[in-house]
Design a protein around this ligand. Structure first.
Ligand code: ZN
Length: 208
């Protein structure tokens, strides 16, 4: 298919989770609806482009830098939750179960996709950890091979920093590295889970 709508459809199809078929449906919807949905979308995109910036501390998207989370002094200051991307930060925030600080990596290490340490904000993360501001670093990364190898990599790097600092000032070994528990999802039935999940859940069991 080629026509005047092609550039619009191609641009929509590049968005995550959308293929050419849904891109065509969205383009037609935006252009044929009686209400001005395309104009509203253009305005929203324009506003976002002009006003939304990356927080230079944590990498969150906000209209302020530092972002509202980094500026909020009612939050716990010494716990740092490391996530792969902004949507993961928002997922953790939605739970209201964590009231500390965040660090967004900008992805995870992936040999397959050619993403190495320099493509992520690892240097900035290590600087933050090295500042001594945090007593716990929570690695809230996906339970995928790439997510877990990234967690191991970060954990090793932080342990190296801690060892170096320990050599210099025989101080308290002040930092704990944790990761999210893996295992039985809330509402999950054992009989339906795969062997790997049950094995991991057994290994991560906790006292009741
Ligand atoms: Zn921030």
């Amino acid at each position: 298919m080629s026509g005047p709508l092609d550039p619009l459809i191609k641009a929509i199809a590049r968005l995550p989770g959308l293929g050419p078929r849904s891109a065509r449906r969205i383009a037609i919807h935006l252009l044929t609806k009686p209400e001005p949905s395309l104009t509203a979308l253009i305005d929203a995109l324009q506003n976002a482009k002009e006003q939304i910036i990356n927080c230079s501390t944590c990498g969150n998207l906000d209209t302020l830098d530092p972002c509202r989370i980094c500026q909020d002094d009612t939050r716990v200051q010494n716990k740092l939750c490391v996530v792969a991307n902004v949507s993961d930060l928002w997922a953790v925030e939605r739970t209201r179960a964590f009231k500390g600080q965040y660090h967004i990596l900008g992805g995870v290490l992936s040999a397959l996709d050619g993403i190495g340490p320099d493509d992520l904000t690892l240097g900035l993360l290590l600087e933050r950890v090295q500042s001594g501001a945090y007593t716990e670093v929570i690695l809230a990364l996906n339970a995928t091979v790439d997510g877990q190898s990234t967690a191991h990599y970060i954990s090793d790097k932080i342990m190296d920093l801690v060892a170096l600092a320990g050599d210099q000032d025989s101080g308290e070994d002040a930092i704990t590295i944790t990761r999210l528990a893996h295992g039985v999802p809330v509402g999950g039935e054992l009989d339906y889970l795969d062997d790997g999940t049950i094995t991991t859940a057994l290994k991560s069991r906790s006292s009741v």
